[in-house]
Design a protein around this ligand. Structure first.
Ligand SMILES: [Zn+2]
Length: 277
């Protein structure tokens, strides 16, 4: 059923131009793994994917300039899918192993709860980042530089933050966190009392937000940022105006995919530690 549902959604995404063929293959593997671990994980990934694709299409008209600065357009390739969903895939697979083992040993159950929290938090981080990026570019004031809030940078610049984007980030993270933890609790993914439920809401939601913050921080420091030699604009793209761009900040090998991966990894680790303790 998971494979069928996946295949249907992916065929639709390919047709709509949300995914490349490589991206669809990775998404199929990821979707099937998370579905087998627990359908709620799959639901969260879909929610992330649908909301970001929708936001990116809706806002793309409003922010042609900002879109220009980002390294890739609305169509996600295999590396982007892995960067956003790889941690969730590994964490949910860990949860699956714990469930299949049927072990009732306390430490095994703790690992299971930690893995569930890590899955939810990593999707929360990816969602927080996309919502912040997409909605943040609609802000009317120029973003503040994350390392020095008195400075302003062009919309769409990595490391630029706006109030609207920060609110969108919190909203994205906590939407995934509250939905995931609540549905997980209802379907007795783990045994929960109210205190544990509140702890997991806060842990996964804040872990997702922390991941998104790391994303901006890396974007402002080590991530490669380029300047177009023709029009002078700053961009994450290697080619602009038909010409190769020149590195103006950060490292060429430190791209957006690696940044996204590290952000979801941080969120997953924080949530795993809190969830398992
Ligand atoms: Zn240019």
């Amino acid at each position: 059923m998971g494979v069928l549902l996946n295949a249907f959604l992916l065929a639709f995404s390919l047709k709509k131009g949300f995914l490349t063929a490589g991206g669809a293959i990775i998404a199929l593997l990821m979707g099937t793994t998370t579905w087998m671990a627990h359908p709620v994980f799959f639901l969260l990934l879909i929610l992330f994917f649908v909301s970001s694709s929708f936001l990116s299409k809706v806002t793309s008209l409003e922010k042609a300039d900002a879109q220009d600065l980002a390294s890739k357009g609305g169509t996600r390739d295999a590396m982007q899918v892995l960067a956003n969903g790889g941690v969730a895939c590994v964490a949910s697979f860990t949860f699956l192993v714990v469930r299949v083992s049927g072990s009732m040993a306390e430490w095994v159950l703790r690992v299971g709860t930690g893995a569930a929290a890590a899955t939810i938090a990593s999707v929360a981080a990816a969602t927080a980042d996309t919502w912040a990026t997409e909605i943040g570019t609609l802000a009317t004031q120029d973003p503040a530089w994350i390392l020095d809030w008195r400075k302003h940078v062009a919309p769409g610049t990595s490391g630029g933050v706006t109030k609207l984007g920060t609110l969108a980030s919190l909203a994205g993270s906590f939407t995934i966190a509250i939905l995931g933890v609540t549905i997980g609790g209802i379907t007795s993914m783990y045994s929960l009392d109210m205190t544990a439920l509140f702890t997991l809401w806060a842990a996964t939601g804040l872990a997702g937000f922390a991941g998104c913050f790391l994303d901006s921080l890396l974007g402002a420091t080590v991530q490669g940022f380029y300047q177009c030699q023709s029009c002078g604009k700053g961009t994450e793209k290697r080619v602009h105006c038909g010409k190769e761009t020149v590195l103006s900040r950060g490292n060429a090998w430190f791209g957006n995919d690696l940044v996204n991966f590290l952000a979801t990894l941080l969120a997953g680790c924080i949530a795993f530690i809190i969830g398992a303790s």
